[in-house]
Each structure stands twice: as C-alpha cells, then as structure tokens.
Design a protein around this ligand. Structure first.
Ligand code: FES
Ligand SMILES: [Fe+2]
Length: 393
C-alpha cells in the first residue's frame, strides 16, 4: 500500500526497500492504488475564472522553482526567463547569492536584460539606465534631468527567493513572504538526497499546448498510458505497464515506475546492489507545477504553467546530467539522451494532450473518472481543489 507521511519516512526513501516494493508489485501483477475512483467535473479543467484563481491564490503565492542552480553556477551568471507572463532576471552575484529580479526598468519599464550569459551590469536599451546584478541602480545618463532621484530607491524590484536542493525558488509577489522549508515539508529532505546542486545543466526546450496546465501535469503522474502513448519509445518499452510505487509527502508526491528488468533482479543482483535509481524511473511532483523525472543518468526538469486560458499551457523542459560531462563525446551523448526524452514529451504526451484539452472544452459529459490506479493524478486534483476551496462532488 502507499504510505502517507508528513515527516521523512523512517527508512531511507531511496533505499533498497523501494526496489523491494517495486519488485513485489511487478511479481504480483498489481500497483499501488487509491481507495476509490475519483469524479472530477469538466469545469475543473475548462473554467477560465478558476484558472485566474489558481494564478492569484496558488501560482503567485507559492514558491516556484524558477531556475536550476546549475544553470547559473558562477558569480555574475544570469538568465532571463518568462514565468506567468513576468520577465524575470535571475542572477548570481559576486558572493554567490542568487537573486530573482523583475526585469522592468524603474524609469519607464523597458527590459534591461535579455537572454543569458555572464555580466556585471545590465543597461536598459531605452535610455541606458544601468543596474548591477543585485538590481541596484548604478547609472543614469543626463543626471540633471533627475536631480531629485535617490538611486537606492530605484533598483529593480526583487522577488522573495531561496536557493535549496539544486533550485532557485521564488514567489512572484514582491511583498510576499517565502518559507521554502515549510512549503516542501517532508519532500525537502527527500529532494536533498539527490544532490541536484551537483548536477550539470545541459539544455532546455519550450512548448505551448492546448491543454489545461493541470491536465498536462497529470500526464506525469500515472503510467497507465505508457504502453499506448509511449509503446514505440523507450518509456513504453522499458517500464512495466500500469505499475508503480507511490508515496506522498504532504502536498507533493513520488512515483517509482519499475523498469522491465526489475523482474529478474533476484536472480541477477545481490540485494545490496538494488539501487532503486537503476530499477525504476522515479518521478516527483513538487506542488504546484514542477515535475522531476529521474533516470540513472540525469533528471528531466519540467515546469508547466497556464498560458492565457484554462486550456492552454506553457511547458519548460530541461535536462541535467547526474555525472557532469567533461568531454565533447559525453556532451554529444547527453544531447542524444535529451533529444530522445524531449521527443517523447513533445511527440507522444503533447501529441495526445490537446485531445484532452478539446474534450474538456467541448465535452457534454458531466465529469472525468480518475482510476484507483491513477493515485498520483487523484493526489494532484485533491491537493489543488483543497487549496482552491472547491468541492469535487
Ligand atoms: S525605460 Fe529604461 S532607461 Fe528609460
Ligand atoms: Fe507520458
């Protein structure tokens, strides 16, 4: 049975007991399951007002993982990215401290930074006000025109942020508090074990799709679809259909999808070699919008957010290597791995998902029915519904 806990599990979460649980499920031909099926009204996915509420009460109030630490490893590194329509300038200062700044000039709002790179100063393209990488205003051409300007009060607006477990997390509301440890709860120590801060950032891709952001996240919370949607690719070929080990960490969860070779494990490997990372694909949902899909060689970092309507979403898919590449040959190998896993997301999951987007927009049935075997999907829905204060009945 799945375990539900508000504190770190007593045994090591990534210990051999996880492999044992996966193997037992495979040998028994079953999976961890919810107690009952779950009915979800179509409005949960298609109501634009609800999506506005999600944005204001969840997505602009919760710590979001806006960037992997490994993407800006060195002092003065920076990346500009768009999150929920906000341009964010994410920097690392000379002391190694990360900052998440709104990339809007305090003069008349143009964007001082673009792209990514390593820079000590950002010069706004409109009238050349200059900011440093903590957002402090450093220079104003034609000072006589601004003789009452206090430069200390006209820096870029900084969002509350914390860097932990290999990610920079920010709340998109400037005057909000951030309490990442409280937000992650028992998922914090769980994530800490992976040492994502030592991974090597590799590459990223973006896509938009005509499906609810919640529906898109749900595709990463069940393996029921693997043989049908991924039957011709490695996900479908390497995993045991409709079988997973499931654990909850408060608002977050972990799912282990056993690889097919786990069934021979008792004959091929002594029990002290049962590293679960080699035996199953381990996927986390970190509420509200992050998926971490781990393989033996790296992790896919997928964040999904609503885009302009209830049934349109934006997806950022990046990949980090567990073992940093030191040669061109290794980098080329990682290019191949990332293009393969991205193709599965783009050409398989997101080829299917717009059908679900249309189904919720145009369907005249009353509700979706989420199976007992889709326990991770049920968890996503019940957590979101509770946060939004909506009843699913
Ligand atoms: S808008 Fe940036 S310098 Fe004028
Ligand atoms: Fe999938």
């Amino acid at each position: 049975m799945p375990s539900t806990t508000d504190t770190a599990p007593s045994s090591t979460p990534l210990g051999h007991d996880l492999t044992r649980r996966g193997l037992d499920l495979v040998l028994a031909g079953t999976t961890d399951m919810a107690e009952t099926t779950l009915r979800v009204p179509l409005n949960y996915y298609r109501d634009d007002k609800l999506t506005d509420l999600e944005e204001s009460t969840i997505l602009r109030r919760s710590p979001l993982p806006v960037m992997a630490s490994a993407q800006i490893p060195d002092p003065f590194d920076y990346v500009v990215r768009d999150v929920l329509g906000d341009s964010l300038l994410i920097t690392r200062d000379r002391d190694g401290q990360a900052h998440v700044l709104l990339n809007y000039c305090r003069h008349r709002g143009a964007m001082p930074a673009c792209g990514s790179g390593n820079a000590r100063r950002f010069t706004c393209p409109y009238h050349a006000w200059v900011y440093d990488n903590t957002g402090t205003l450093k220079g104003v051409p034609g000072r006589a025109g601004f003789d009452d300007l206090d430069r200390n009060r006209y820096g870029l607006v900084e969002l509350p942020s914390e860097e932990r477990h290999g990610f920079i997390w920010a709340v998109l509301t400037a005057d909000a508090d951030i309490d990442l440890d409280n937000h992650l709860g028992a998922a914090g120590p769980e994530l800490a074990q992976w040492n994502y801060e030592n991974y090597q950032y590799h590459d990223e891709r973006f896509l938009e799709s005509d499906v609810s952001w919640k529906g898109a996240l749900e595709a990463f919370a069940e393996g029921y679809h693997f043989p049908f949607v991924h039957g011709q690719s490695l996900i479908g070929m390497n995993t045991v259909a409709n079988t997973h080990v499931y654990d909850e960490y408060g608002d977050h969860h972990r799912i282990g999808f056993p690889f097919t070779w786990i069934s021979d494990l008792e004959n091929t490997e002594p029990a002290d070699n049962w590293d679960p990372v080699q035996q199953m694909g381990i996927i986390y949902w970190i509420y509200p919008n992050l998926i971490l899909a781990n393989s033996p060689v790296g992790v896919e970092v997928i964040d999904i957010l609503p885009a302009s309507s209830a049934t349109r979403c934006t997806v950022r898919h990046s990949w980090m290597a567990r073992y940093p590449a030191t040669t061109d040959e290794q980098r080329t190998m990682y290019d191949g791995i990332f293009s393969q896993v991205h193709a599965a997301v783009r050409d398989e999951d997101f080829a299917m998902l717009p059908q679900c987007g249309q189904g919720v927009r145009r369907g005249q049935h009353d509700h979706m029915l989420i199976g007992r075997n889709e326990i991770g999907v049920q968890h996503m829905i019940t957590v979101m519904a509770a946060k939004l204060g909506i009843s699913l009945a």
